[in-house]
Design a protein around this ligand. Sequence first.
Ligand SMILES: [Zn+2]
Length: 340
Amino acid sequence: MTASAFSKWLVAAVIALSAAGGASATEKERLLARDGLPAEYVKRMLQYQQALEKLDDSEQAKGIYRNTTLWGPNYPKLRVCFFEGSQALRDAVANAASEWAAETTSIRLDFGKPGKRRSCQPDGSGAEMQIRVSFSKDGYWSHIGQNSVVFAAQNEPSLNLGGYLGITQLSDYGKGTVRHEFGHALGIEHEHQNPKGGCDDEYNWKRVYSYLQGPPNNWTKETIDWNLRQASGEDLQLTKFDRKSVMLYQFPADFYRKGAKSKCFVARESTRVSAGDRALLALMYPADPASRIAAFKKNREKFEAIWNKGGDAGTKGVMFDAVKAFFDRPGTKDAPAEED
Ligand SMILES: [Zn+2]
């Protein structure tokens, strides 16, 4: 399996540089080591990924697989719950994440009412919660889109904001981290992996590898590639490269061949949802329900065509019916207005 093939599933392995309170350079270096989705999540996705690659590892297929992370049209809203945290902290997170709200899209984040933000059921019982926030794991990470409900159980977090417990007000940096992670939860991947950015050609790879392979990160070459290499696959939802994206990652200037002059270098991460981010979300979840349904149907047909190539061998290989898991979800369309 190629590294780029991995990247589409593992871009959620967030390279956490930002701290809730605004990180110093030393803190940033330290935090790099805490990157990534929990190993058990990665393992599940890996198994699935390997089975898919056996069916078809063409560039076109990769784009189709990747589009399965988009929330289906049955999800006009995504229910968010919290495993921990005071109402003040939950309000702060909800307020920061709500910057993603836009009339140009047909998807919204539903946190419950201010001061009464939802709690996740520790045993995962009750209505499906699409985004399950924890503050107690290491680092900052989120599953990408529907992976939040396919590759993590209801009693497991799908998004983590490590170190936020006890905080009631977020710094701009903290808000930016919230927006970045909820961007992933909405289905958006890293901007520096946007094939239209061409950042692959901008990195000083020797420096990148030697830095990240060393302590405190100790990443393997494969892990680095998963997190940094350009996403592959035709058929992707793409907008032009956006340096203001909250999904763009900030690295030291010497990670780039042209240093601070590189088009992929930014002096600071954006902490705001950019116009480009909004445009991408509108492309993924158009306000017009018919367009969203049509795009989803097309993705389903393409995915099914590949899936069916595998017959029983394919489905047995991953031990779950991926078509059902990604395309037949009940969603939140017919859910009661407020169950809590
Ligand atoms: Zn990220």
